[in-house]
Design a protein around this ligand. Structure first.
Ligand SMILES: [Zn+2]
Length: 352
Protein backbone atom coordinates (compact mmCIF):
# COMPACT_ATOMS: atom_id res chain seq x y z
CA UNK A 1 0.00 0.00 0.00
CA UNK A 2 3.00 2.27 0.31
CA UNK A 3 3.88 2.37 -3.34
CA UNK A 4 3.25 5.66 -5.07
CA UNK A 5 1.72 5.89 -8.48
CA UNK A 6 3.16 8.35 -10.91
CA UNK A 7 0.56 10.70 -12.35
CA UNK A 8 1.54 9.86 -15.91
CA UNK A 9 1.18 6.18 -15.17
CA UNK A 10 -2.21 6.65 -13.55
CA UNK A 11 -3.44 8.71 -16.49
CA UNK A 12 -2.56 5.85 -18.71
CA UNK A 13 -3.98 3.24 -16.37
CA UNK A 14 -7.38 1.73 -17.17
CA UNK A 15 -10.24 3.81 -15.82
CA UNK A 16 -12.33 2.47 -13.01
CA UNK A 17 -15.94 3.41 -12.48
CA UNK A 18 -17.03 4.50 -9.07
CA UNK A 19 -20.36 3.95 -7.53
CA UNK A 20 -22.21 7.24 -7.19
CA UNK A 21 -24.02 7.62 -3.91
CA UNK A 22 -25.83 10.23 -1.89
CA UNK A 23 -26.48 10.50 1.85
CA UNK A 24 -29.69 8.61 2.59
CA UNK A 25 -31.50 11.35 4.54
CA UNK A 26 -30.13 14.36 2.75
CA UNK A 27 -32.85 16.84 1.65
CA UNK A 28 -33.36 16.43 -2.08
CA UNK A 29 -35.80 19.30 -2.64
CA UNK A 30 -36.55 22.80 -1.42
CA UNK A 31 -39.79 21.52 0.07
CA UNK A 32 -37.86 19.12 2.31
CA UNK A 33 -35.61 21.94 3.50
CA UNK A 34 -38.01 24.85 3.85
CA UNK A 35 -39.50 23.90 7.22
CA UNK A 36 -36.02 23.74 8.76
CA UNK A 37 -34.99 27.04 7.18
CA UNK A 38 -38.07 28.83 8.54
CA UNK A 39 -38.04 27.16 11.96
CA UNK A 40 -35.94 29.75 13.88
CA UNK A 41 -38.30 32.59 13.04
CA UNK A 42 -41.50 33.88 14.54
CA UNK A 43 -43.26 36.33 12.25
CA UNK A 44 -46.21 38.57 13.06
CA UNK A 45 -47.85 40.80 10.48
CA UNK A 46 -45.66 39.76 7.54
CA UNK A 47 -45.02 36.64 5.48
CA UNK A 48 -41.80 34.65 5.40
CA UNK A 49 -41.01 32.19 2.63
CA UNK A 50 -38.12 30.52 0.84
CA UNK A 51 -37.91 32.49 -2.41
CA UNK A 52 -34.69 31.05 -3.81
CA UNK A 53 -32.77 27.83 -3.19
CA UNK A 54 -30.14 26.33 -5.45
CA UNK A 55 -28.31 23.08 -4.85
CA UNK A 56 -24.74 22.32 -5.80
CA UNK A 57 -23.53 18.72 -5.80
CA UNK A 58 -20.16 18.31 -4.10
CA UNK A 59 -18.26 15.02 -4.35
CA UNK A 60 -16.60 13.38 -1.35
CA UNK A 61 -14.43 10.34 -1.92
CA UNK A 62 -14.08 7.44 0.45
CA UNK A 63 -10.75 5.67 0.12
CA UNK A 64 -8.23 3.48 1.85
CA UNK A 65 -8.48 0.74 4.40
CA UNK A 66 -9.58 3.15 7.09
CA UNK A 67 -12.32 4.37 4.81
CA UNK A 68 -11.16 7.97 5.10
CA UNK A 69 -13.18 10.74 3.49
CA UNK A 70 -11.70 13.37 1.21
CA UNK A 71 -13.26 16.59 -0.01
CA UNK A 72 -13.01 17.73 -3.67
CA UNK A 73 -9.75 19.55 -3.04
CA UNK A 74 -8.18 16.34 -1.77
CA UNK A 75 -8.19 17.27 1.93
CA UNK A 76 -9.14 14.59 4.37
CA UNK A 77 -12.17 15.55 6.46
CA UNK A 78 -12.78 14.44 10.04
CA UNK A 79 -14.94 11.45 10.83
CA UNK A 80 -17.28 13.72 12.75
CA UNK A 81 -17.76 15.98 9.73
CA UNK A 82 -18.29 12.97 7.44
CA UNK A 83 -20.97 11.72 9.83
CA UNK A 84 -22.60 15.13 9.98
CA UNK A 85 -23.05 15.00 6.20
CA UNK A 86 -24.34 11.43 6.35
CA UNK A 87 -21.51 10.17 4.11
CA UNK A 88 -21.35 6.83 5.92
CA UNK A 89 -25.02 6.13 5.43
CA UNK A 90 -25.49 6.60 1.72
CA UNK A 91 -27.57 5.06 -1.03
CA UNK A 92 -27.03 4.76 -4.77
CA UNK A 93 -28.03 7.66 -6.98
CA UNK A 94 -30.60 6.48 -9.46
CA UNK A 95 -29.54 8.83 -12.22
CA UNK A 96 -26.13 10.45 -11.84
CA UNK A 97 -26.05 13.59 -14.02
CA UNK A 98 -23.50 14.16 -16.74
CA UNK A 99 -21.05 16.09 -14.55
CA UNK A 100 -21.00 13.20 -12.14
CA UNK A 101 -20.32 10.60 -14.83
CA UNK A 102 -17.27 12.57 -15.92
CA UNK A 103 -15.76 12.16 -12.49
CA UNK A 104 -14.67 8.63 -12.94
CA UNK A 105 -11.55 6.66 -12.79
CA UNK A 106 -8.05 7.08 -11.54
CA UNK A 107 -7.27 10.15 -13.64
CA UNK A 108 -9.82 12.20 -11.75
CA UNK A 109 -8.31 11.00 -8.50
CA UNK A 110 -4.80 11.66 -9.78
CA UNK A 111 -5.58 15.25 -10.72
CA UNK A 112 -6.55 16.40 -7.31
CA UNK A 113 -5.81 13.94 -4.57
CA UNK A 114 -2.54 13.61 -2.67
CA UNK A 115 -0.26 10.64 -3.05
CA UNK A 116 -1.70 8.99 0.02
CA UNK A 117 -5.11 8.57 -1.57
CA UNK A 118 -3.85 8.00 -5.08
CA UNK A 119 -2.21 4.87 -3.80
CA UNK A 120 -5.32 3.86 -1.90
CA UNK A 121 -8.28 2.12 -3.37
CA UNK A 122 -11.17 4.56 -3.93
CA UNK A 123 -14.39 3.04 -2.69
CA UNK A 124 -17.12 5.42 -3.63
CA UNK A 125 -18.07 8.96 -4.47
CA UNK A 126 -20.81 10.39 -2.27
CA UNK A 127 -22.48 13.54 -3.48
CA UNK A 128 -23.35 15.97 -0.70
CA UNK A 129 -25.55 18.95 -1.44
CA UNK A 130 -24.58 22.53 -0.76
CA UNK A 131 -27.61 24.81 -0.61
CA UNK A 132 -27.64 28.52 -1.33
CA UNK A 133 -30.62 30.85 -1.46
CA UNK A 134 -32.73 33.35 0.39
CA UNK A 135 -35.80 33.76 2.51
CA UNK A 136 -37.93 36.83 1.97
CA UNK A 137 -39.84 38.74 4.62
CA UNK A 138 -42.68 40.52 2.83
CA UNK A 139 -44.29 43.36 4.78
CA UNK A 140 -46.69 46.00 3.41
CA UNK A 141 -44.03 48.72 2.96
CA UNK A 142 -40.91 46.71 2.32
CA UNK A 143 -39.50 43.26 1.61
CA UNK A 144 -36.23 42.09 3.12
CA UNK A 145 -34.13 39.12 1.98
CA UNK A 146 -32.32 36.80 4.36
CA UNK A 147 -29.57 35.03 2.45
CA UNK A 148 -28.32 31.64 3.52
CA UNK A 149 -25.94 28.93 2.44
CA UNK A 150 -24.68 25.71 3.90
CA UNK A 151 -24.70 21.94 3.58
CA UNK A 152 -28.27 20.88 2.96
CA UNK A 153 -28.06 18.23 5.67
CA UNK A 154 -26.64 20.74 8.17
CA UNK A 155 -29.48 23.16 7.38
CA UNK A 156 -31.99 20.33 7.78
CA UNK A 157 -30.59 19.19 11.13
CA UNK A 158 -30.11 22.67 12.53
CA UNK A 159 -26.32 22.46 12.67
CA UNK A 160 -26.38 25.46 10.30
CA UNK A 161 -29.17 27.98 10.43
CA UNK A 162 -30.24 31.09 8.55
CA UNK A 163 -28.74 34.17 10.23
CA UNK A 164 -31.20 36.18 12.36
CA UNK A 165 -33.25 38.86 10.63
CA UNK A 166 -31.53 42.23 10.57
CA UNK A 167 -33.68 45.37 10.50
CA UNK A 168 -32.39 47.38 7.51
CA UNK A 169 -33.26 50.71 9.13
CA UNK A 170 -32.01 50.28 12.69
CA UNK A 171 -29.53 47.40 12.38
CA UNK A 172 -31.22 45.56 15.27
CA UNK A 173 -31.45 41.81 14.74
CA UNK A 174 -33.37 38.85 16.08
CA UNK A 175 -35.59 35.90 15.21
CA UNK A 176 -38.88 37.59 16.10
CA UNK A 177 -40.06 39.68 13.17
CA UNK A 178 -42.81 42.23 13.64
CA UNK A 179 -44.17 45.04 11.48
CA UNK A 180 -44.40 48.71 12.40
CA UNK A 181 -47.60 50.69 11.80
CA UNK A 182 -45.75 52.13 8.80
CA UNK A 183 -45.60 48.60 7.35
CA UNK A 184 -41.86 48.10 7.83
CA UNK A 185 -40.53 44.74 9.05
CA UNK A 186 -38.29 44.89 12.09
CA UNK A 187 -37.64 43.27 15.49
CA UNK A 188 -39.59 44.19 18.65
CA UNK A 189 -36.55 45.88 20.20
CA UNK A 190 -36.48 48.41 17.34
CA UNK A 191 -40.12 49.50 17.78
CA UNK A 192 -41.21 52.51 19.77
CA UNK A 193 -44.54 54.21 20.26
CA UNK A 194 -45.04 57.82 19.19
CA UNK A 195 -46.30 59.65 22.29
CA UNK A 196 -48.43 61.95 20.10
CA UNK A 197 -50.06 59.61 17.60
CA UNK A 198 -49.77 56.30 19.46
CA UNK A 199 -48.40 54.66 16.30
CA UNK A 200 -45.82 51.88 16.60
CA UNK A 201 -42.84 53.11 14.60
CA UNK A 202 -39.19 52.29 14.13
CA UNK A 203 -37.15 53.97 16.86
CA UNK A 204 -35.07 55.53 14.09
CA UNK A 205 -38.17 57.53 13.10
CA UNK A 206 -38.73 58.80 16.67
CA UNK A 207 -36.98 61.59 18.52
CA UNK A 208 -37.16 62.51 22.20
CA UNK A 209 -39.32 65.48 23.19
CA UNK A 210 -37.02 68.21 24.55
CA UNK A 211 -39.43 68.88 27.43
CA UNK A 212 -40.78 65.50 28.54
CA UNK A 213 -38.20 63.13 27.01
CA UNK A 214 -41.01 60.99 25.56
CA UNK A 215 -40.39 59.61 22.06
CA UNK A 216 -42.46 60.97 19.23
CA UNK A 217 -42.37 61.20 15.45
CA UNK A 218 -40.27 64.14 14.30
CA UNK A 219 -43.15 65.47 12.23
CA UNK A 220 -45.34 65.58 15.33
CA UNK A 221 -43.00 67.86 17.25
CA UNK A 222 -43.01 71.64 17.45
CA UNK A 223 -40.08 73.95 17.95
CA UNK A 224 -40.34 76.36 20.88
CA UNK A 225 -39.82 79.72 19.12
CA UNK A 226 -38.03 81.17 22.13
CA UNK A 227 -35.57 78.40 23.07
CA UNK A 228 -35.48 76.32 19.89
CA UNK A 229 -36.28 73.23 21.97
CA UNK A 230 -38.14 70.66 19.87
CA UNK A 231 -41.02 69.28 21.89
CA UNK A 232 -44.43 67.64 21.85
CA UNK A 233 -46.93 70.50 21.33
CA UNK A 234 -48.93 69.63 24.45
CA UNK A 235 -45.83 70.10 26.64
CA UNK A 236 -45.44 73.73 25.60
CA UNK A 237 -46.96 76.38 27.89
CA UNK A 238 -48.52 79.60 26.75
CA UNK A 239 -46.73 82.81 27.69
CA UNK A 240 -49.15 85.26 29.37
CA UNK A 241 -47.77 88.18 27.42
CA UNK A 242 -47.02 87.07 23.85
CA UNK A 243 -49.48 84.12 23.87
CA UNK A 244 -46.81 81.89 22.31
CA UNK A 245 -46.50 78.20 23.28
CA UNK A 246 -43.00 77.89 24.77
CA UNK A 247 -40.88 75.40 26.70
CA UNK A 248 -41.59 75.74 30.45
CA UNK A 249 -37.89 76.37 31.07
CA UNK A 250 -38.06 79.84 29.49
CA UNK A 251 -41.03 80.98 31.60
CA UNK A 252 -40.84 82.96 34.82
CA UNK A 253 -44.22 83.70 36.38
CA UNK A 254 -45.81 82.67 33.06
CA UNK A 255 -43.85 85.27 31.06
CA UNK A 256 -41.25 84.10 28.53
CA UNK A 257 -37.70 85.38 28.35
CA UNK A 258 -38.31 87.35 25.14
CA UNK A 259 -41.16 89.31 26.72
CA UNK A 260 -39.24 89.76 29.96
CA UNK A 261 -35.70 90.55 28.85
CA UNK A 262 -36.10 93.13 26.08
CA UNK A 263 -33.35 95.73 25.57
CA UNK A 264 -34.47 99.38 25.02
CA UNK A 265 -34.33 100.33 21.33
CA UNK A 266 -32.05 103.25 20.46
CA UNK A 267 -32.61 105.74 17.66
CA UNK A 268 -30.61 103.73 15.11
CA UNK A 269 -32.70 100.59 15.32
CA UNK A 270 -34.49 99.54 12.15
CA UNK A 271 -37.17 98.13 14.41
CA UNK A 272 -38.31 101.71 15.06
CA UNK A 273 -39.08 101.96 11.33
CA UNK A 274 -40.94 98.68 11.55
CA UNK A 275 -42.97 100.01 14.48
CA UNK A 276 -43.76 103.20 12.59
CA UNK A 277 -45.40 101.00 9.95
CA UNK A 278 -47.29 98.79 12.39
CA UNK A 279 -48.19 100.93 15.44
CA UNK A 280 -50.38 104.05 14.83
CA UNK A 281 -48.69 106.16 17.48
CA UNK A 282 -45.39 104.29 17.84
CA UNK A 283 -43.38 107.28 19.00
CA UNK A 284 -45.63 107.70 22.05
CA UNK A 285 -44.30 104.40 23.49
CA UNK A 286 -40.93 103.40 24.95
CA UNK A 287 -39.94 100.23 23.09
CA UNK A 288 -37.69 97.35 24.01
CA UNK A 289 -36.80 94.33 21.90
CA UNK A 290 -35.56 90.77 22.34
CA UNK A 291 -35.33 87.94 19.82
CA UNK A 292 -34.41 84.32 19.28
CA UNK A 293 -33.42 82.82 15.92
CA UNK A 294 -37.13 82.35 15.19
CA UNK A 295 -39.14 85.03 16.88
CA UNK A 296 -38.81 88.62 18.12
CA UNK A 297 -40.90 90.48 20.67
CA UNK A 298 -41.29 94.24 20.79
CA UNK A 299 -42.71 95.53 24.08
CA UNK A 300 -43.92 99.14 24.38
CA UNK A 301 -44.60 100.95 27.65
CA UNK A 302 -46.62 104.13 28.01
CA UNK A 303 -47.96 106.23 30.83
CA UNK A 304 -50.25 105.56 32.57
CA UNK A 305 -49.14 101.92 32.87
CA UNK A 306 -50.06 100.56 29.49
CA UNK A 307 -48.31 97.78 27.57
CA UNK A 308 -48.26 97.11 23.83
CA UNK A 309 -46.66 94.04 22.31
CA UNK A 310 -45.77 92.83 18.81
CA UNK A 311 -44.64 89.29 18.05
CA UNK A 312 -42.56 89.14 14.87
CA UNK A 313 -41.18 86.25 12.80
CA UNK A 314 -37.47 86.93 12.42
CA UNK A 315 -37.06 85.30 9.00
CA UNK A 316 -39.22 87.89 7.20
CA UNK A 317 -40.16 90.38 9.94
CA UNK A 318 -43.79 89.44 9.46
CA UNK A 319 -46.06 90.48 12.32
CA UNK A 320 -47.52 87.37 13.93
CA UNK A 321 -49.55 88.87 16.73
CA UNK A 322 -50.20 92.21 18.35
CA UNK A 323 -51.61 92.80 21.84
CA UNK A 324 -52.29 95.69 24.14
CA UNK A 325 -53.43 96.09 27.71
CA UNK A 326 -53.30 98.28 30.76
CA UNK A 327 -51.12 96.79 33.46
CA UNK A 328 -54.16 96.09 35.61
CA UNK A 329 -56.36 94.78 32.85
CA UNK A 330 -56.26 91.75 30.60
CA UNK A 331 -54.57 91.60 27.20
CA UNK A 332 -56.55 92.44 24.10
CA UNK A 333 -55.29 90.72 20.98
CA UNK A 334 -55.41 93.09 18.08
CA UNK A 335 -54.52 90.60 15.36
CA UNK A 336 -53.32 87.07 15.29
CA UNK A 337 -51.53 85.55 12.29
CA UNK A 338 -52.13 81.90 11.48
CA UNK A 339 -48.65 80.43 11.56
CA UNK A 340 -47.50 81.52 14.97
CA UNK A 341 -45.09 78.68 15.60
CA UNK A 342 -42.18 77.59 13.46
CA UNK A 343 -42.11 73.86 12.88
CA UNK A 344 -39.10 71.77 11.97
CA UNK A 345 -39.23 69.61 8.88
CA UNK A 346 -40.81 70.13 5.50
CA UNK A 347 -43.66 67.71 6.15
CA UNK A 348 -44.88 69.42 9.27
CA UNK A 349 -48.39 68.61 10.35
CA UNK A 350 -50.70 70.39 12.71
CA UNK A 351 -50.24 69.44 16.38
CA UNK A 352 -53.00 67.43 17.93
ZN1 LIG B 1 -43.73 85.82 25.76
Amino acid sequence: MNETIDTRDSAAAPERCFEHLRPRDQPESVAELSAALLRPFEVVGASLAVTECLFEEVPFVAAGERRSWFDPSGREVTAEFADSLGLNDSIALERPHRGMREIEGASWIAERFPDSIRSAEPIAVVWARWARGKLTVAAPARSVDLEFEGWARHLATGRTRVAPFRCPETGASGDRIVVSDDGEPTVPEALGICAVSGRRRLVSHLVPCGVSGALASADRLTECPVSGIVAIPSTLVRCDWCATGVAPSVLVKQVCSLCRDGVPLNGDSTWLDWLADHEPDASAWRWSFASSRIQGVLVGRRWPRRLALHVVRMADRQALRSRIRSVWGSWVTRFDAQSEVARPGANATQPE
